[in-house]
Ligand binder design. Structure first.
Ligand code: 4AD
Ligand code: MG
Length: 428
């Protein structure tokens, strides 16, 4: 029996059995109060001194595992207003003293991450993450997409050579994938509409609240889609994920995470504004008193100022070609900008999605690869996608942990994944 079932049932006087861990324990002369937790939540159990199990209950420690029977009663002072009057106690493991008692420093909690996973906030965040992934599969499945995998070990870069993790591959070198996209662009000639949920690696030395060196990216690639269709597909995905998370976790977000969930409603209800990069510079200048030189990428500070003007993600399009990847299509009639878009999440969460229509002109791709110092010979398989029945196509990538961070309102991306990898933290 899970604690969830008890709160759903609420049959006063009924005897329930639950398995779980000691979340909190308060020992008094004539009573022991145990707040037990399982994956769902917490419930209070009380053993009176008259109970034959009182002495056992008195031995328990924080995080001991146990199986308890108890009769349900109402108790306004207990969490959730319910309490079990203990009738039976089976100690499964008393255990050593749990290391997380008083020291809650960030460094210490990172050292004992494997134990801190049991905390209510991380448990809730990990549930939201699991629901987000479920929602992603639902969304693509309903739209006729196939799940498609690119190799994790790749032979080229795609998003900038400086952020690659090199791997010794027998006596050659390979790279951990920075994006699923390039092999996926070959995949659409077979399956047309494809997506993935995959680990992604970037050797970014950025110690920020929004960068991980290993993160999970949801990527999609669609044959025949133009720029606007790609953006609508990505917008629909964000809406579906947020909607499903609110359906399943509204209470936990509010009670455990102290998240103001009303801030997420506009994302479900309203169309996301689409503004060009030029317009973004205009807004920054006129509404935020902030000047950005044309041709410079938007930095965190500028993105934060911009998103503060909106209550949904804002989609910035038509970025200068020089700040974006080699595969983005030049805008018709405006070769200095590309059909690339970034979704910037509200509440200062930054870019959650990057996407584009893909360049079809093989000469332009070759020229841009060369301009980046890449040897087009290494991209033979990719260039072949533009040689045999090339079609217009587009795709995008969404950072899972950035979305989880935004939706749950946590202050660092590190808590959006069980075991975060950052430049200076890779244990446990
Ligand atoms: O904008 P990016 O670099 O786009 C691509 O990789 C494309 N190839 C995607 C595609 O079109 N198929 O990355 C996509 C998203 C970002 O918007 C961000 O949310 C996330 O991935 N991201 C990171 N998340 C956490 N830590 C990092 N270091 C991240 N780098 C990117
Ligand atoms: Mg990007």
């Amino acid at each position: 029996m899970y604690i969830q079932k008890i709160f759903e049932d609420r049959e006063i006087g009924k005897e329930y059995e639950i398995k779980g861990w000691v979340y909190r324990i308060r020992k008094m002369k004539d009573k022991v109060f145990i707040v037990m937790r399982d994956s769902y939540g917490i419930i209070q159990i009380v053993f009176d001194a008259t109970s034959p199990h009182f002495n056992d209950a008195d031995k328990l420690k924080s995080e001991s595992s146990l199986i308890v029977h108890g009769k349900l009663k109402e108790e306004p002072k207990a969490p959730g207003g319910l309490e079990l009057q203990g009738t039976k106690l089976e100690i499964v493991h008393i255990g050593e003293d749990f290391p997380i008692q008083k020291d809650y420093s960030k460094e210490f909690l990172a050292d004992v991450r494997h134990l801190w996973l049991r905390s209510r906030k991380l448990t809730t965040t990990l549930k939201v993450r699991a629901t987000a992934i479920k929602a992603i599969h639902e969304y693509f499945d309903a739209d006729g997409f196939y799940e498609f995998q690119s190799p994790i070990l790749q032979s080229t870069q795609a998003e900038g050579g400086s952020e690659l993790f090199e791997v010794k591959y027998f006596d050659q070198k390979m790279f951990l994938t920075q994006t699923w996209q390039l092999p996926a662009e070959a995949g659409i000639f077979s399956l047309e509409k494809i997506y993935t949920v995959s680990p992604t690696f970037r050797a970014e030395k950025s110690l920020t609240s929004r960068h991980l060196t290993e993160f999970w990216m949801i990527e999609a690639e669609m044959a025949w889609y133009n720029f606007d269709q790609m953006i609508s597909c990505a917008e629909g995905l964000v809406k579906h994920v947020v909607k499903r998370v609110l359906e399943d976790h509204k209470e936990d977000l509010e009670n455990v995470m102290e998240r103001d969930t009303s801030k997420l409603l506009p994302t479900i209800q309203k169309e996301f504004p689409r503004i060009t990069y030029d317009k973004a510079l205009d807004l920054l200048k006129n509404k935020c008193d902030f000047e950005v030189e044309w041709g410079k990428d938007l930095r965190t500070l500028e993105e934060e100022k911009l998103v503060a003007l909106y209550d949904t993600p804002v989609i910035v399009t038509h970025y200068p070609k020089i700040v974006k990847a080699f595969y983005m299509k030049e805008a018709p009639g405006r070769p200095e900008v590309v059909l690339g878009s970034d979704f910037l999440a509200p509440e200062g969460c930054g870019e959650i999605i990057g996407g584009s229509e893909r360049e079809e002109n093989i000469d332009s791709i070759i020229a841009r690869l060369k301009a980046q110092g890449e040897d087009p010979k290494n991209y033979g398989f990719y260039l072949d996608t533009r040689k045999y029945g090339s079609v217009p196509h587009a795709g995008f990538g969404m950072g899972l942990e950035r979305v989880v961070k935004w939706v749950t309102g946590i202050d660092t991306i590190k808590d959006a994944i069980a075991f975060p990898r950052t430049p200076n933290r890779f244990y446990p």
